[in-house]
Design a protein around this ligand. Sequence first.
Ligand SMILES: [Zn+2]
Length: 512
Amino acid sequence: MKKVIAAILTAVLLLFCTACQTEKAAKEGGAAVFLPVESGQPERLAEETPAPSSDAIPFPQGGEPINRFDLQFTLDDASHTLVVQEKLKYYNGTGNGLTELYFNLYPNAFQTDGGGIELKTFEIEGEASELAQADGTVWKTELPEELPAGETVGIQMEYIVCIPNINNRFGYQDEVYNLGNCVITPAVYGENGWTVEPYVDLGDAFYTDIADYTAEIEVPDGYMIAAGGTETQPGIFEARNVRDFVFCAGKAYEQRSAEVQGTEIHVFCDKELPETGEFLLDAACKALTLYNELLGRYPYDTLTVVSSGLTGGVSGTEYPTLIMVAPEVPLEQFEMGISGSDGPGREYYEAQLAVTVAHEVAYQWFYGIVGNDQIQDPWLDEGFCRFAEYFYEQEYLPEEIEGFYWKRERFKDTDVMQRGGNENTISDQTKIGGSLYDWLNEPAEYSSGVYDKPAAMLYQMMLQMGGEQFLNALKEYVAVFAWDFVSPGDFRAFWNGKEDFSELFALYMGEA
Ligand SMILES: [Zn+2]
């Protein structure tokens, strides 16, 4: 998630990246696909789905099975509910026999807003069974018999998700539905057994295993669907090796598409906001091009950007292969002379929106491919995503943008720890680390400890190691931990294996 840090400072002339020019879809009702080229005009592509490029980060091969979901969704825009039929083949990859399973029911965190899950049926291998609340949004079921390590069990459930009328990744507004975290997913079984971590309303309080999803989505007439994964038939989506499945539905979307290095990028934006839609497509193409180069080639064949209402103070949020962004000011407003007379100008808002897109795209590597416990160790994804913004700014934004919070300068400051990650709100003493539960008690320092200081530390590591060596190691970090979880201990061990960072780590994180 990216917070809008109401800042200061600067904006730009967006350099139009020749590597990822795009053109508006010209075809009836949909997307024409254009090939980004090194220079000149984009080329129209053939209609077939492109094969993922062969040098992409490989999916796990020949290893253990993963969980498999078969989902059927029916959206009702009269009752604002989503009926879900879920079939889960749960694979016991824990190494231990299991007598119970734990699940996350995130919509239940929104009961005061009218959200929640009404469970209709819950079956284990065809037998009616019970799902009972364990702690907050975490529920559990007793298995009728022990599930041996390496075996699978079939879980089948039907439930109704009540969708709250809020601006959120899970919520609806007028004929727009954001349906994040609606699927009941198993909790992660870690070194210490089941992870029981109830949802908390800060950051991205999600922790899930890689799984395969097939989803059949039915929406009322007039709605377009923007979903994770690839649409293989009308309304049917396949998402492989992802940590969650999400979709949005809206009546006013216009879709734009382009292709970057074997990945189709789809942008869904209000049809009244064509400039904003174009801008988002361009920024997503740039971000994907850049991070493919820096972090290893994105392994999925789609990336979807949905411009939709989120909560106040949140400019973007991420799911595997789908990000949601909320422009603070639609670019169309500048043409109409509504904004910009006394505040920051258009360049500022363009830069802010582009960097939001970059931040959310970076999650595809940090959270998506390389997983972490986002509740216990939120800095392990946020810090890398903030750091990834630096490269986007360096590559695509001009030197000076009035009103823009210029992170690259902060990262260059070798005395950053003395100044604090954010001069406005952060004490010098804030250390990297802490869970979302901890940060709830210290909200003023959350941005520093979870976003800025980890990013500054990564920047200092790059200075100490040398840019080329650091970037090679960064790619290796992604490859080593891909499809798995990384912990703070793993982080230290990996990077200390490349270079002695003990002094820097002690300064930023304290002793291990
Ligand atoms: Zn974030």
